[in-house]
Design a protein around this ligand. Structure first.
Ligand code: TXA
Ligand code: MG
Length: 349
């Protein structure tokens, strides 16, 4: 299949391109598009066959449900029922934006979209290209991250091309995404509501709006006894090809340990990658050192996380040592993704 690739400027959106993409989705095709979190791979959420194509293109297990993206609050009631007041309160505060809510689904949503579940994940993105595309496609776009299953999520159109060029109808290149990690997911079908995936909207931010919120126990630790509540969180996700090891502790000790470990690995003939920060990058003595952002502003770390994991794939490193991060604010999303990418391999020093 030939994949159409079109650049769109977010500040001056070409309506013809949006219409072309919308028509593809209406006809049951697949279009990758930017959102404020990561690029999504979109299909008509109300069309089982179209949703099925997403699973094929990504190589995604069919029990892993998709998020339905909407652009208007009133459309919520077409796809969700028994909607609690908390959903409207969260929507008012955080939509459009990087928050996904799990609610009971109506019969309008096929089980092919929800991986067989009676609940549906719903999000209203804030990226203008995304919003216009949803409107041009009939209002309901099912979109997982636009990577092949198991690879880091795409934050640039080039990442989507790497994974999916030739297997999908169109890619809209809207430049680099804003946030860089996927939306926060909250399950509103349980009491108290539960965070299933941390993102830019933190548990504390949600609690300020709706009161007590719990958290899936598997988010930050590897736990054989519990399965993650979001089916997609059970896979070794976001993973680079190389072995990734997180090193946690006092900054000076971490730097010293990573230096010792990387020198040993180099001696064994391994190609080493190091995930450092603006504050520490000059302190490493061997290996391919990349600064992921600055600790003074953790948003910069989220922004570059997946890009750096992909760059290390291109560099063909054998082993990556990464500094660990604080789990406050967006740091929790960063550490959740890094822990998964590392298969929970963490060295406490
Ligand atoms: O930021 C995002 O959310 C991006 C952009 C494209 O919007 N999308 C995204 O989709 O991250 P995906 O498919 O990569 O991740 C969706 C996650 C998976 O872990 C899935 O298992 C979970 O949401 N999920 C979807 N529906 C669910 C449901 N009904 N119950 C529990 N978890 C659900
Ligand atoms: Mg994903």
């Amino acid at each position: 299949m030939k994949t159409i690739i079109k650049k769109v400027d977010q500040t001056f959106i070409d309506e013809n391109i949006i219409k072309e993409a919308g028509d593809i989705i209406k006809a049951g095709g697949l279009v990758a598009f930017p959102t404020e979190t990561v690029y999504g791979l979109g299909a008509d959420a109300l069309n089982t066959k179209a949703a099925k194509k997403i699973y094929e293109a990504k190589g995604r297990p069919s029990d892993n449900p998709l998020i339905v993206h909407i652009a208007k609050l009133e459309d919520l009631e077409t796809i969700a029922k028994d909607i609690p007041k908390t959903a409207y309160l969260l929507a008012e505060k955080f939509w459009p934006g990087p928050l996904t809510m799990i609610l009971n689904k109506t019969n309008n949503v096929p089980l092919g979209t929800t991986g067989g579940l009676e609940t549906v994940a719903i999000r209203m993105p804030s990226n203008k290209i995304a919003t216009q595309l949803i409107n041009a496609s009939g209002g309901f776009i099912a979109a997982p991250s636009a990577n092949t299953s198991g690879r880091p999520s795409p934050t640039l159109a080039a990442h989507v091309e790497e994974d999916l060029k030739g297997t999908i109808d169109m890619i809209i290149d809207g430049g680099m995404v804003d946030i860089g990690v996927e939306s926060s997911i909250i399950d509103l079908t349980v009491t108290p509501p539960m965070v299933l995936r941390p993102g830019a909207i933190t548990k504390t931010m949600m609690e300020a709006v709706i009161g007590e919120v719990s958290e899936d126990v598997t988010l930050m630790k590897d736990d054989d006894k519990h399965r993650p509540k979001a089916p997609g969180m059970k896979y070794r996700h976001y993973a680079p090809k190389a072995e990734l090891i997180l090193v946690e502790g006092e900054m000076e000790t971490v730097i010293k340990n990573i230096n010792v470990l990387s020198k040993e690995a180099v001696k064994e003939g391994k190609k080493v990658g190091i995930i450092a920060t603006g504050e520490s990058r000059d302190r490493y003595e061997v290996g391919e050192v990349k600064s992921i952002g600055t600790r003074a502003k953790e948003e910069t770390i989220a922004h570059h996380l997946y890009q750096i994991l992909r760059e290390f794939d291109d560099d063909k490193v054998d082993i990556i040592y990464s500094e660990a991060f604080e789990t406050k604010g967006i740091g929790k999303a960063i550490m959740n993704r890094l822990l998964k990418a590392a298969g929970h391999h963490i060295l406490k020093v």
